[in-house]
Design a binder for this molecule. Structure first.
Ligand code: S3P
Length: 426
């Protein structure tokens, strides 16, 4: 990452209806499900960011042909043994989900990624996949490269101590290849896309609000229509929330309950939210969201709400700084394991823009004054910090400089152009 981007955006109220890029979590899953199925599937509307491209690249190494919307696969049982390491780039979802999908293969696969991904915790995969009988190793530090596969899988009932959709999904994709049914449980608040899809396909069933039983079986070929990404729409929702009289409508976005905690946080902070389910993707709700800006105050985010707004918490920091009063984010220690230590990066971003923020062990506290100031923001190669800083910049008179701003392309390649267009729409 090299270049900085300087920002000065129109600050008045805007009115905009915007289609956001295809959902990242659902795009990964659509390609992986299609890649595991034997035959011809299709994935329409997928995200165009670098992370989703990493999943496509890894599947291609295994013999899955992806051409435009078309995905043709021999099926997971007949994947080609990879010739070398599988490079997952910056994408934790690619690495963790593919580790599960590959753990029942008779050969060993090595999954690795860029410097940031190789710092992230992978030991959390070892106990659940190991319980299924998978042979899995990480480095001594518990990081990638992760080496998996080489034997047959049995069945297991596991309890995962964190609300991680990636670990749950990794386990489920492995358990599909086991000898008998398996069960996964964890604290609440996770995005349950994988479970909803498996349940719709007859490959699993909920046993409680958080416990899911997976039945071994083959994923059938399917046409996946990926809706827009609420974690991308969130930047536009925040933009509207921070301007009195502005509104934005985002049609056709995922409304999975594990993805839209941020809407509840915005409502608690004072924005007006209207969300309506209009369709579903394999049992996973999709719909239209409108956010209208009014005054902003302060709030508390903890427990299940923290889990359901995890990727948006840097943005919560920005919105809270532009509100009035003290906002507390707690139970968010997982933020330290993301593309950067997002507790440290969020607090540093707010302070760089003249705001008041403090780290706590498992979150942060923001002193909202209603305004931020020009400054230079370090992104620490983290797309969500770069994009949150751009939203802050849209409320600042003067120039904000975002270092390594192009890291936004990990999830939204045209983010800055789209943001400028929304700020200018009347
Ligand atoms: C994701 C799950 C979450 C989220 C990540 C995408 C997924 O991670 O933060 O951006 O697609 O399953 P965890 O499972 O680590 O909570």
């Amino acid at each position: 990452m090299t270049s900085a981007r300087s920002f000065s955006l129109p600050t008045g109220p805007f009115r905009a209806t915007v289609s956001v890029p295809g959902d990242k979590s659902l795009s990964h899953r659509a390609y992986i499900f299609a890649g595991m199925a034997a035959g011809q599937s299709a994935v329409a509307g997928a995200g165009t960011g670098a992370d989703v491209a990493s999943t496509r690249r890894v599947l291609a190494e295994l013999g899955v042909e992806i051409d435009g919307e078309h995905v043709r696969s021999p099926g997971v049982d007949d994947w080609t043994e990879p010739a070398g390491d599988l490079d997952c780039g910056n994408s934790g979802t690619t690495l963790r989900l593919m580790a599960g999908a590959l753990s029942g293969r008779p050969y060993r696969s090595t999954l690795t990624g860029d410097r940031s991904l190789r710092r992230r915790p992978m030991r959390r995969l070892v106990a659940p996949l190991g319980a299924l009988g998978a042979d899995i190793t990480t480095t001594d530090e518990g990081t990638a490269p992760v080496i998996v596969g080489g034997g047959e899988l049995g069945s297991a009932d596991v309890e995962i101590p964190i609300a991680s959709a990636q670990v749950r999904s990794s386990f489920a994709l492995a358990a599909l290849q086991g000898r008998a049914s398996s069960r996964v449980d964890s604290p609440a608040g996770f995005r349950d896309h994988t479970e909803r899809w498996l349940s719709t396909l007859g490959l699993g069933v909920w046993e409680s609000k958080t416990a899911f039983r997976i039945h071994p079986g083959s994923i059938p070929p399917h046409r996946y229509e990926v809706p827009g990404d609420p974690s991308s729409a969130a930047y536009l929702w925040a933009l509207a929330a921070t301007r009195r009289g502005a509104w934005v409508t985002t049609p056709n976005v995922s409304l999975n309950p594990g993805r839209i905690g941020f809407l509840q946080v915005l409502e608690q902070l004072g924005a007006v939210i209207d969300a309506e389910v209009t369709s579903s993707m394999l049992g996973d709700p999709v719909g239209t969201v409108t956010v209208t800006g009014r005054g902003l105050f302060s709030t508390e985010v903890r427990g299940t709400l923290t889990a359901a707004s995890l990727d948006e918490l840097p943005l919560v920091g920005v919105v809270a700084a532009l509100g009035e009063g003290i906002t507390t984010v707690a139970d968010a220690a997982e933020l330290r394991t993301k593309e950067s230590d997002r507790i440290a990066s969020t607090v540093a971003m707010i302070r760089a823009l003249g705001g008041g923020a403090e780290e706590t062990e498992d979150g942060f506290v923001v002193v909202g004054t209603g305004f931020l100031e020009p400054g230079v923001v370090e992104t620490n190669d983290d797309h969500r910090i770069a994009m949150a800083a751009a939203v802050a910049a849209s409320r600042i008179s003067g120039v904000v400089q975002i270092e390594d701003a192009e890291v936004a392309a990990v999830s939204w390649p045209t983010f800055y152009e789209d943001l400028e267009a929304v700020c200018s729409s009347r």
